[in-house]
Ligand binder design. Structure first.
Ligand SMILES: Cc1ncc(COP(=O)(O)O)c(C=O)c1O
Length: 383
């Protein structure tokens, strides 16, 4: 980004490559071009690079390398989890449970399965956007094969009580998937501690490349592939590996594991809370959407009374951010996530999502808050 670019507060949409990721990827987009399945030296080097990356992803998740399946991003990982389990376990039952605030990359595969004859229960969420484990327990049926509850919500950052959900599902022999595309690299995601069976991550949310992600699949779990072909990824995803992307994802995970996570939470949380404080002081009535504490440290979703969030952002060229409803930026269409939380349509339409990264500096915080407050006043905010 150049000096004159707007202040980037849209890290939940995507993040730039970390410089170490660029360095590690460089040979794999230039002189190194071997196919990891080839037995000559160039192929063996590529296979070694893919294996190394698999170990780096596994280390971040406290998993084993053989439990990592590389995919073409978070959406594919979610599709593989839902359809793969549903198809792989179709003889055991045809009922799935998802939360009411899932990303479309979980919601749509579950709708697809519904059209194919599966029953899908959608769990309610509370006013902070979190699932109640008791609702999961109540929704479980003898034919339930999978529960999919996201770790952190992309719009509000609210964190679900995943460990509780996983424990009660495990007692009933039901698999649990979590879409952790937003949490991996921002907070610790430990597959052992959480006791989940499948975890989605997406490279571009943690300063890795776009178009590459991974699905953690607990050892021994049967899964029907989405893409049939040769035996790549232990027969779970056919196709010659995206070596450069996978290497970049590995480097991003390694950076998160050894450096990023160590400083991320505190550095980013402080700046996020400072923006919140400045905005709340400048815009009386500003409301926080999402859980005050059980939330990603980088995410601030707020509603400004009496104005439209998208109009505020349009009047604020100094800041690059999103409204709560990134998929419907142009329409007067409230965010489904905020509506599922029981917020009024006006409050949902008044929302904007500010999501920070380690690249957000202290001076960005002051400048962004001042610019957003001025933009809100320019589009009619009345204290
Ligand atoms: C929670 C969540 N899941 C899945 C995805 C999709 O990931 P990808 O863009 O890599 O397909 C996103 C990206 O917006 C996301 O925020």
């Amino acid at each position: 980004m150049t000096r004159n670019d707007p202040i980037y507060l849209d890290a939940n949409a995507t993040t730039p490559l970390h410089p170490t990721v660029v360095e590690v990827m460089r040979p794999w987009v230039s002189e190194e071009f071997g196919n990891p399945s080839s037995s000559h030296p160039a192929g063996r080097r590529a296979a070694q690079a893919v294996n190394n990356a698999r170990g780096q992803v596994a280390a971040l998740l406290n998993a084993r390398p053989e439990e990592i399946v590389f995919t073409g991003g978070g959406s594919e990982a979610n599709n593989l989890a839902l359809k793969g389990v549903a198809w792989g376990r179709r003889e055991r039952g045809r009922h799935l449970i998802i939360s009411g605030v899932e990303h479309p990359a979980v919601r749509e595969p579950s709708r697809f399965l519904e059209r194919e004859g599966w029953a899908v229960s959608v769990l309610p969420v509370d006013g902070c956007g979190r699932v109640d484990p008791q609702d999961v327990a109540d929704a479980l049926r003898p034919d339930t094969v999978l529960v999919s509850v996201m770790h952190a919500n992309n719009e509000t950052g609210s964190l679900n009580p995943l460990a509780e959900v996983a424990t009660l599902c495990r007692e009933r022999g039901v698999l649990v998937h979590t879409d952790a595309a937003q949490s991996v690299g921002k907070i610790p995601v430990n597959t052992e501690g959480l006791e989940v069976d499948l975890v989605t991550l997406a490279g571009h949310k943690l300063h890795g490349p776009k178009g590459v992600g991974a699905l953690y699949v607990r050892d021994g779990l049967e899964l029907e592939p989405l893409i049939h072909g040769a035996g790549h990824e232990q027969g779970r995803r056919a196709g010659t590996e995206n070596v450069a992307g996978v290497v970049g994802l590995g480097a991003a995970c390694r950076w998160a594991h050894t450096e990023g996570l160590v400083t991320y939470a505190e550095a980013v949380r402080e700046r996020r809370d400072r923006i919140h404080e400045l905005l709340a002081a400048a815009l009386p009535g500003l409301a926080l959407n999402g859980h005050p504490e059980e939330r990603l440290p980088n995410t601030l979703n707020v509603s400004i009374p009496g104005v439209l969030g998208r109009e505020v952002l349009a009047a604020c060229p100094e800041v690059a951010a999103s409204t709560g409803s990134a998929c419907h930026e142009d329409a007067d269409y409230p965010s489904e996530v905020l509506m599922a939380m029981g917020l009024s349509k006006d409050r949902a339409l008044g929302s904007m999502r500010l999501s920070l990264s380690l690249l957000t500096g202290d001076e960005d915080v002051e400048r962004a808050a001042a610019a957003l407050a001025a933009a809100a006043r320019s589009v009619g905010f009345q204290p």
